[in-house]
Write a protein that binds this ligand. Structure first.
Ligand code: AMP
Length: 985
């Protein structure tokens, strides 16, 4: 093949090989020989001698190649120069060649000068030289040698690329120098690489060409796509190789838009997007109106709102309904308010409450409470001004209330959207307290002294003490170790808070204690002991002032000298106690109360005792309304007492039925003689008696809720342990008072405790022989007399040793009755079985849900050794402690349903299995749910045994106490091994 032949056959290879495009980077082509067709117009030197343009038709298209093949003609220097190529943005260009080189040896007539390479030259220029082609304008870029050489007809196409740069001028030329080869240039492509325009992170980045000399990477700022935004400008980096690298920051779709295929599209109707984020649109939450396209939020339906702190993604919510079952319980001088959560919380969990207080009555109607009224929420610390504040709990104690004033408390349920509602979710309760907190002496001061006198004054804690307050001052000489056990106390009743005491021994230390006597006569607690010393004899002369003998300012001076023989405590066993008598005298710290109960029997004429201790009432001031109970001596009525000059009060009137004997009348009135000696907020108050008329009557304060045992049974499961312990505290305080008075009750039981409208508990049923005669629980014992076996301590049953310690045993049983909501102690065991069980050291098990601390106290009250039982002051302080820290009531004593539910839970009363659901419900005192069981199709005991707690709730048993009772009974039914063994202590 000659050189012409070579040129003609190149076209096929050109067609095949001219395909390459980078997908990652963009190639901007500056020059493409193949696409220029025959219009290239490149210059050749020498003209028409070296390089020539050949054209060939391939598949109907014309292909052009430049070739040269002067191999037989010795030394050659043939140039082929391109046209002027505009540089555009390129800073570096890639020159890509496809060519064929013929093997010199394959020519028969090739000269010695035949070459198998050619040269590539490059010239930069700001101007187009046109045809002014000068070799010196060029610099050599490379000698191009084929990788594969073509021998005869076997064409081998080579591809060679060269990178040229940096470029700075407007354009350039390329030139190919043939130095005696047989070369065909099939293709020349000149291009530069660019980072392609792209969208990354919702930002649009333009096509970018990186220039190598400025920096290796060119930082490019992106522009957020439509409806997208970004806090930080998004950036990317373009390499000289046309690659995007290191994206920084990104854009996010605006509120109401979401990302779809690298664009931001409006949320569809019914969907929303609240903020600029990468999230997708969400469906509108509950209680909202359907949104339109592009919604940022879904508006709330009518009646529903969002709190300012709620995010727009949250459901719309409603204000709560009113709190339920607001109850005010009087606890001494305080009121305890408690309530249940509202039925509707409005779909929120930020429920709080606010309590406001008004005092009502009189001409002015209701006025806001005095700002001194304090509200305390357990766990939240003292909140002096929490009235109207925000409460999270449902229990508050209100103090600093005036007695006998009706207070209306409004409890409002609030949540985050209550502010949008015009309707207030409130419930109110009206309550009053009867007694004020007793005032306390806080400090005692020596104002003056001489050899034989001391002038003292003291301060009292309470605000606005009534003027009528009197003080009881008790003092004694401070004993020296050498002195014997005889201590003489002197007691003064004073009408003001200072006194001068004379006739004292010189140089002697005296110990003082003082206590206010509240207006209603009850004693508050004594102050601490204070010691003051008279001046010694020799100091007499130095005294500037000698206090005279008169005791100034003492309106009434009553000196009672009580000689208390204080027996030294047994050193061997300091805790040993013989009986309640010992309690009072066991320690000189433990002062004996001034008043002691006087047995009306010591009066020859019992009428005298009544006259001494009770006020005679004219029967005309008493109106009887309705029979509320029956006592041993006659009916008990609810009525009204209108004593002259006094407010009308609700009273209970006990009557003596006609045909009574003298003894009966005496016994009847003895209760009044006893009651009249007491004045305590937890002892039923005697208003007076009618003795001078045929129909004798005893009039006492009216207790709206009647006997405690029945009240509890009627409200089974409705009260919290805290409330129950509050009630027990009241009973214990009443018993402490009685034991301080040396009075032994002998018949303490829930049936003998009365409950008023404030749920304040008061000890009642006082009497002598009649006490137990009257009590249906009284049973004759071998030791004589009637005894309520289940409530009575073993020593009292065995040998009639009735003491305050035996009252403590009974108090333990009352505790059990209260915590078990009026359950009968020892259920249906016979008295004989009970006595036997007690003697064998069995004790009642803990009632259901009974706080552990409370059950422990019960067990202490039931210690066989009465000296080891706690005393009433101990019981009161323990209960107080528990009430002060309601957390202490959280630990619940172990409960065994098999023994704590009425025993026949495992079978009918005759020992056989229950025949019907009704019989079973009756046995666990839940007959009120018979219809619920029937309606739910639970008609056989088999069905009952299948029930789960959830099923019990579903059929409509809602009260937690009832739920548990039924659930536990079912548990007991399943477990036939009923046993008394857990009684053992
Ligand atoms: P008693 O004879 O004291 O046991 O009274 C018999 C019943 O009359 C009690 O169980 C009470 O239900 C009722 N009762 C007695 N005293 C009062 C009172 N002060 N207030 C309300 N109910 C009373």
């Amino acid at each position: 093949m000659d050189s012409r032949g070579i040129k003609a056959t190149f076209f096929v290879a050109v067609f095949i090989c001219n395909v390459f495009l980078s997908l990652q980077t963009k190639e901007e082509v500056l020059l493409d020989m193949t696409s220029s067709g025959g219009e290239l117009g490149w210059l050749t030197r020498p003209y028409e001698q070296g390089w020539e343009l050949l054209q060939t038709v391939v598949n109907g298209s014309m292909l052009y190649t430049y070739s040269v093949c002067n191999v037989a003609e010795g030394e050659q220097d043939n140039w082929l120069r391109t046209n002027f190529v505009q540089r555009r943005e390129a800073s570096r260009i890639v020159v890509e060649l496809q060519f064929v080189v013929r093997d010199c040896n394959s020519f028969d007539g090739a000269s010695q000068a035949c070459k198998e390479t050619f040269n590539l030259h490059f010239a930069e220029s700001d101007t187009d030289y046109g045809t002014n082609f000068q070799k010196w304008q060029f610099r050599k870029v490379a000698t191009i040698a084929p990788d594969e050489i073509t021998i005869k007809g076997d064409l081998r196409v080579n591809v060679e690329s060269r990178l040229i740069g940096p470029l700075s001028k407007k354009g350039f030329y390329l030139a190919f120098q043939d130095i005696g080869g047989c070369v065909a240039l099939l293709s020349l492509r000149v291009y530069y690489k660019a980072c392609p325009a792209t969208v990354s992170g919702l930002a649009h980045f333009p096509e970018t060409v990186s220039s190598p000399e400025s920096q290796p990477l060119t930082e490019v700022t992106g522009v957020c796509v439509d409806h997208a935004q970004s806090d930080d400008t998004p950036r990317m980096h373009c390499t000289v190789d046309g690659e995007w690298l290191v994206p920084i920051g990104q854009c996010q779709c605006q509120a109401g838009y979401e990302e779809v295929n690298r664009t931001c599209q409006a949320c569809q109707p019914g969907y929303f997007k609240a903020s600029v984020s990468g999230e997708q649109c969400e469906a509108c939450p509950p209680h909202t109106l359907p949104s339109e396209s592009g919604a940022r939020t879904c508006l709330c339906q009518q009646g529903y709102h969002r709190a300012p702190s709620d995010s727009p993604t949250e459901d719309c919510s409603a204000p709560p309904s009113a709190p339920r079952d607001v109850v005010a319980t009087a606890m001494g001088a305080k009121l305890q308010l408690s309530w249940e959560p509202p039925e509707e919380t409005g779909g929120r969990d930020d429920l709080t409450y606010s309590v406001t207080c008004e005092r009502c009555g009189g001409v002015s109607g209701c006025l806001p409470c005095d700002e001194r009224v304090r509200l305390e929420a357990p766990g939240a610390g003292v909140q002096g001004s929490a009235l109207g504040g925000v409460l999270e709990g449902r229990l508050v104690t209100v103090s600093e209330l005036e007695p006998h004033i009706n207070y209306t408390f409004t409890v409002e349920a609030l949540n985050g959207v209550s502010q949008y509602s015009t309707h207030r979710a409130i419930a109110t309760v009206t309550a009053a307290i009867i007694h004020m907190d007793p005032p306390k002496v806080t400090s005692m001061r020596l104002d003056d002294r001489s050899t034989n006198s001391l002038a003292l004054s003291w301060a009292v804690s309470r605000r606005a003490l009534p003027h009528a307050t009197r003080y009881e001052l008790m003092y004694r000489k401070k004993k020296k170790d050498s002195e014997d056990d005889v201590t003489t106390y002197t007691v003064l009743v004073l009408e003001k808070s200072s006194v001068t005491i004379d006739d004292l021994a010189p140089g002697t230390t005296y110990v003082f204690r003082v206590q206010p006597i509240a207006s209603e006569g009850s004693l508050a607690s004594y102050s601490m002991e204070h010691e003051f010393q008279t001046l010694p004899e020799e100091a007499q002369g130095n005294m500037a002032v000698i206090v005279g003998g008169a005791i100034g300012g003492v309106a009434m001076l009553l000196i009672i000298i009580i000689v208390l023989l204080l027996r030294k405590r047994s050193r061997r066993n300091p805790n040993a106690r013989q009986g309640p008598e010992d309690t009072y005298f066991s320690s000189s710290e433990q002062l004996k109360p001034l008043k002691t109960y006087v047995d009306p029997h010591t009066y020859e004429d019992p009428n005298q005792a009544v006259l001494k201790f009770a006020t005679e009432i004219h029967p005309g001031s008493i109106t009887k309304h309705k029979v509320i109970g029956a006592g041993e001596f006659g009916e008990v009525y609810r009525g009204v007492l209108r004593a002259p000059g006094r407010k009308e009060v609700a009273v209970a009137v006990k009557t003596l039925k006609p045909g009574y004997s003298d003894k009966q009348r005496k016994d009847f009135l003895s209760e009044a003689s006893i009651m009249g000696q007491f004045s305590h907020q937890n002892i039923i108050r005697l208003e007076g008696v009618v003795t001078k008329y045929k129909h004798a009557m005893i009039v006492t304060e009216y207790m709206e809720n009647g006997a405690l045992d029945k009240y509890l049974r009627d409200h089974d499961g409705e009260m919290s342990a805290y409330q129950l312990v509050g009630m027990l505290r009241g009973i214990a305080a009443g018993m402490r008072y009685l034991s301080d008075m040396n009075y032994v009750h002998r018949d303490l039981a829930a049936r003998n405790i009365l409950v008023n409208s404030q749920l304040e508990c008061k000890v009642s049923d006082f009497g002598l022989s009649r006490v137990l005669e009257d009590d249906p629980e009284g049973t004759y014992t071998t030791s004589g007399g009637k005894i309520p076996i289940r409530w009575t301590a073993p020593e009292a049953i065995a040998y009639r040793k009735f003491t305050s310690a035996s009252d403590v045993w009974s108090f333990g049983i009352v505790m059990w009755e209260v915590m078990a909501f009026g359950e009968r102690p020892y259920w249906d065991m016979s008295n004989h079985e009970v006595m036997k069980a007690i003697n064998e050291a069995f004790r009642l098990p803990a009632p259901m849900d009974c706080p552990s601390a409370v059950y422990q106290l019960m067990l202490q009250c039931w210690l066989q050794d009465r000296a080891k039982r706690p005393r009433f002051p101990d019981i009161v302080s323990l209960l107080d402690k528990l009430l002060r820290s309601p957390e202490s009531l959280k630990a619940i004593a172990d409960f065994d349903p098999r023994v704590s539910i009425r025993l026949p839970s495992t079978s009918g009363s005759d020992g056989s299995p229950f025949k019907s659901v009704a019989e079973w419900l009756e046995s666990i005192k839940m007959s009120q749910y018979s219809d619920n069981f029937l309606c739910a199709g639970i008609t056989s005991m088999d069905h009952v045994l299948q029930m789960k707690n959830e099923d019990i709730r579903k059929i409509g048993v809602r009260l937690p106490g009832h739920l548990k009772r039924i659930a536990y009974s079912i548990l007991g039914l399943k477990d036939q091994t009923s046993t008394m063994s857990v009684f053992a202590v």
